[in-house]
Design a protein. Sequence first.
Length: 337
Amino acid sequence: MNKKMILALVGGLCIAACGSSTGAGSNGGGGSTADTSSNSGNQDNTNNKASIQTKSDTGQAGQVSASAAASAAAAQQTSGKQFGAMNAGKILNLFITDASGSFITVVIDTDKNPLPKSGIAIGEPNSGAWVTYAYQGMVYNSKDKGTLDITACPTQSGVAADGVLHDVVVNAVAPMAGMAASYTLNGTFNLVYFGGAGEIACTPPATNTGSDAGSSTGGGASCNFGDCDNGTNTTRNCCPYVPCLSKCFTDCTSAVQGCVMGCATAMPPDPSCATKCVSDVITCEAACGPSCKVSDACGAKLTALDDCYKTSADSCQNSQDAHCQDNACCAQSKAAF
């Protein structure tokens, strides 16, 4: 069992203990311990922006363009005006809606495409990355043409994912006479992430292997508490519950990924579909503690650890130490595991 697994367990148990209903808490995104050096530094963390040029197979040019202050309500919108970013497990969903009601969804399986990443191959729904475009009552899905660049990995709520669509071709799901059979999409976007359930995958920072490795800016964490003796200790503190919790959270994540992938092919398209998937996984994770019969003593230790990570998030935000929060919460980690 590693630190990533510990944090997933902590985040899920705190959902149950703290009564969170938004899912945009400490377990959203890359998790509060994710390294922020993967962010490009050029993104706008306060506003959603998009400017996507569209061109039909018949030569008709258009644009999906929008700009608005970012908010969790916009990312979780259920009225068809969804604008922002959310995740469900490893699946990152990017939503763009303009004033006319045109709607673009970009879906990235970050397990297959850890972010940031350039040249992500766009495929059909349920692949490593795909795009859906809804326009004038028609739905168009990508298949096998075009690429995507994401220049920043949103490591926590309130951090933007910015990127570029390159020659992404989307095809009509149900072609109709008089309507375009396909569109090619090009353009940029900056979409602020507001959590979800589970954690997306960010590319780990480069590890310093030189003589100063292990220093405050280098590779390893200074807190070495054994993580239940690398999984061999099944009696200490919260360790007896780890196998059950691990399986439970894995099952919840698998279920929500399948749910999100199904949203891409829903007819008619439902902008609230992905939001419901996130809600379902939060409910699923909240049940893991009781179903695994986690003791009150363990629950208290996990809550203390989660509180520490929340408290240290701001002070570690700009730290060059990728393990800043691990080290800050060493005592709580030892108490739990």
